[in-house]
Write a protein that binds this ligand. Structure first.
Ligand SMILES: NC(=O)c1ccc[n+]([C@@H]2O[C@H](COP(=O)([O-])OP(=O)(O)OC[C@H]3O[C@@H](n4cnc5c(N)ncnc54)[C@H](OP(=O)(O)O)[C@@H]3O)[C@@H](O)[C@H]2O)c1
Length: 329
């Protein structure tokens, strides 16, 4: 973490392998469909006021218009400057063909009404058939795949960076093999700066994290509180992370909440952590992650909670050869 930022812990950020910086705590903006879009504007503004600098969104969240509106209004009223905000967008699966990559980013920028994003990442390493449908399906209800080489998509991502539409480029939900595909690409111009993956005490990702660290790729954690447990996406019988007795006992010991312990754990592992909350009290609470430290003994205890348990499985693409979660890591 940067020395000069130590005065203002809320501004803690780490350097990416392309020289840009990413704030270590990010605000997750995705919410279930039934949440009104006006709420996204409201909570994004609250998050900026609370001290969040890093915002995570995606084409598929269908909220870039609202997140952009909130960011621009907080710039206009003088709360923040554009350069203090780190905004991530993601390339959806139907846009993985190289010729569709830049138009997809330009579409996000139009909705955001921003000139650039800070980070653009490939959302998932599986290509779906391009077209109007976000999830194109055949008559049997099966997703229709497209054949695109990830390296070709990556070259188009590099061009977006060169065009100044994004400061940095990265990936999400890639396993080691898929990261290596990019890293070993002949003529690679830019390495991915990050890999955004599910990560929490039940899924510590220690092997993938070690690999990423060895390549100077930042691991960004989503689902750090055990995900939003959205029906149809997450098994409703899966264990509730924030009810874990060890996490709860530790929360008592530190006089914090289980959520704060789970977030702090990621920071001390050297992971950039995202957290979603659409609740004012919890948004303010989550920024307290900078106010305390876990002892190395307690970090070990939390490491011991790992059970390689993944909440988000994307089962509908499990038969695809690039399905990332069938490899060991
Ligand atoms: N790349 C990908 O494929 C991918 C996949 C999933 C998510 N993401 C990104 O990661 C972000 C975060 O992940 P996530 O959405 O799965 O959720 P999460 O951060 O694990 O949060 C899960 C739930 O915890 C609750 N919560 C927040 N703060 C809390 C606190 N202090 N105490 C108790 N509960 C608290 C929130 O509910 P309330 O709103 O009611 O507070 C939220 O619904 C997403 O918003 C998205 O930006 C990326």
């Amino acid at each position: 973490m940067e020395e000069q930022q130590a005065m203002d812990p809320k501004g803690w950020r780490v350097e990416l392998n392309d020289g840009h910086f990413i704030p270590v705590l990010g605000f997750g903006t995705s919410a279930p469909d039934e949440v009104p879009k006006s709420k996204t504007v409201e909570v994004t503004k609250l998050a900026i006021e609370a001290g969040f600098h890093h915002f995570d969104s995606a084409f598929i969240y269908n909220n870039e218009k609202e997140v952009g509106q909130a960011i621009r209004s907080k710039i206009e009223d003088g709360t923040v400057k554009r350069e203090d905000i780190f905004y991530t967008s993601k390339l959806w699966l139907t846009f993985l063909r190289p010729e569709l990559v830049q138009p997809a980013l330009e579409n996000s920028l139009r909705k955001l009404q921003l000139d650039y994003v800070d980070l653009y990442i490939i959302h998932y390493p599986v290509a779906l058939k391009p077209g109007e449908e976000i999830l194109p399906k055949d008559e049997h209800g099966k997703l229709i795949y497209d054949t695109v080489h990830l390296c070709a998509t990556w070259e188009a991502m590099e061009k977006c960076k060169d065009a100044g539409l994004t400061k940095s480029i990265g990936v999400s939900n890639f396993n080691r093999r898929q990261l290596e595909k990019i890293l070993n690409k002949p003529g690679l111009k830019y390495k991915p700066v990050c890999n955004q993956v599910e990560c929490h005490p039940y899924l510590s990702q220690s092997k993938l994290l070690d690999f990423c660290k060895s390549k100077n790729i930042v691991l960004v954690a989503y689902g750090a509180l055990g995900t939003q447990r959205i029906k149809g996406r997450v098994d409703q019988n899966s264990p509730v992370l924030l009810d874990d007795p060890v996490l709860c006992a530790m929360a008592k010991k530190y006089e914090r909440t289980p959520a704060l312990i789970a977030l702090r754990y990621q920071l001390q592992c050297g992971v950039v952590v995202l957290v979603k909350s659409y609740n004012e009290k919890r948004i303010k609470e989550n920024i307290q992650v900078f106010e305390f430290q876990l002892s190395s003994e307690d970090m070990k205890v939390l490491e011991g909670l790992n059970r390689n348990f993944r909440y988000v499985l994307f089962k509908n693409v499990a038969d695809h050869p690039e399905y990332p979660f069938s490899d060991e890591y």
